[in-house]
Design a protein around this ligand. Structure first.
Ligand code: ZN
Length: 368
């Protein structure tokens, strides 16, 4: 199949201006101005007024649905492929959250396989907020080593919903992921959900200070909750993940602040936490409200009108930080349109150029 997309505004991810893109059998084979192609079965798509960007990578998605903290009726539904694609996301990392009781790693792995069958790239993590981590094989190391989709483990720190792992328990989990990742050639991610607890990133620093485990295994997420700790962590060479659209936390300000504080931009990622619950807690940790985050929701959709207007600090889609760091650990060459992409790895939408950073909405700045 030969497809020519004409006159599309192209970010690769840098602004390359208006270009034609030639796709052969789902791979980009040529990019240029006014490409002349002679081929009988050539399919031509008019890209006027549209933009093409490398598919977004979202490394924090509750693909099987999260939530449940407000009883069973607050379990969030699972991700639909269409929500993902509409948001321009072509690679997801699925994970579990608070609920390791009614949700299972088996179901998560199955959903991850389904998303891959449907044409996007999907990975997942074993474990949840709890300790010991729930697994598919009954063994953390075996999950990471032998289940193709599993890239590491999810844990929770500094959160009243966590199992409050001791330093020894956390060290053992991290060590198991480290060894299993070495055996299987995987990145060995330890995605650490951060709550509002007073210890912040302290539990990670404790493990780092007491062991020789490389810092890049640890991926703290919701980093805007621990501004100073996150900056210290990034300066030590760790990846720091900020959550888009979190209420009143000013994702853009956090990211800009982190860069200005000296964290190298390639260590900063942004993810959506899509299909999670968004519970609100009072100072006594009593729940005072709960909503759900969806990929199609303005807070999670980089192409939605909710991302326009206001004074966002970014110009153009700043997706490359996320892609570069994910590309580094997944070993997958993607995110560069001019080098050719795997199937489905480009996003194409009838919009004007996106003026905001990926997963950023202007209202965050206003509230920040
Ligand atoms: Zn989450």
């Amino acid at each position: 199949m030969l497809l020519l997309i004409k006159n599309v505004k192209l970010y690769a991810p840098d602004d390359m201006g208006t270009n034609d893109i030639l796709i052969c059998n789902e791979k980009i084979v040529n990019v240029g101005k006014k490409l002349q192609i002679r081929y009988e079965d050539l399919r031509v798509l008019d890209g006027e007024g549209m933009f093409a960007v490398p598919g977004f990578i979202d490394q924090h998605v509750h693909v099987t649905g999260g939530g449940g903290e407000g009883s069973f009726r607050t379990r969030v539904p699972e991700l639909k492929l269409s929500d993902c694609v509409k948001a321009g996301v072509t690679t997801v990392l699925g994970l579990l959250g608070t609920d390791g009781l009614t949700r299972s790693v088996e179901n998560l792995v199955a959903k991850t396989k389904a998303l891959n069958e449907e044409g996007i790239t999907a990975y997942c993590l074993t474990g949840s907020y709890g300790y010991p981590p729930i697994t598919l094989t009954g063994n953390l190391k075996k999950d990471v080593a032998f289940i193709q989709e599993v890239l590491g483990v999810k844990v929770a720190i500094s959160d009243h919903r966590s199992s409050h792992m001791t330093k020894e328990e956390f060290t053992r989990v991290a060590s198991d992921v480290r060894v299993a990742s070495l055996m299987s050639g995987k990145p060995g991610l330890i995605v650490c959900h951060l709550g509002n607890g007073k210890r912040g990133l302290g539990p990670i620093f404790d493990v780092l200070d007491d062991t020789e485990l490389p810092i890049w295994h640890f991926r703290p997420t919701h980093a805007q909750k621990v501004r100073e700790d996150a900056i210290a962590f990034g300066k030590r060479g760790g990846y720091v993940d900020y959550t888009a659209g979190a209420r009143g936390t000013g994702t853009a300000k956090s990211v800009v602040g982190a860069i200005e504080a000296g964290i190298p931009a390639h260590l900063i990622t942004v993810s959506t936490d899509s299909n999670s619950s968004q519970p609100r807690w009072n100072e006594k940790n009593e729940m005072v409200g709960i909503t759900a985050a969806e990929h199609g929701h303005p807070s999670c959709n980089p192409q939605s009108p909710g991302f326009r207007g206001g004074n966002a600090p970014f110009k153009g889609p700043r997706v490359h930080h996320q892609q570069r760091s994910l590309g580094a650990w997944s070993g997958i060459e993607e995110g560069r349109l001019e080098t050719g992409l795997r199937r489905g790895h480009f996003a194409f939408g009838r919009e004007t150029e996106p003026p905001y950073g990926a997963f950023q909405r202007p209202s965050d700045d206003a509230r920040g």
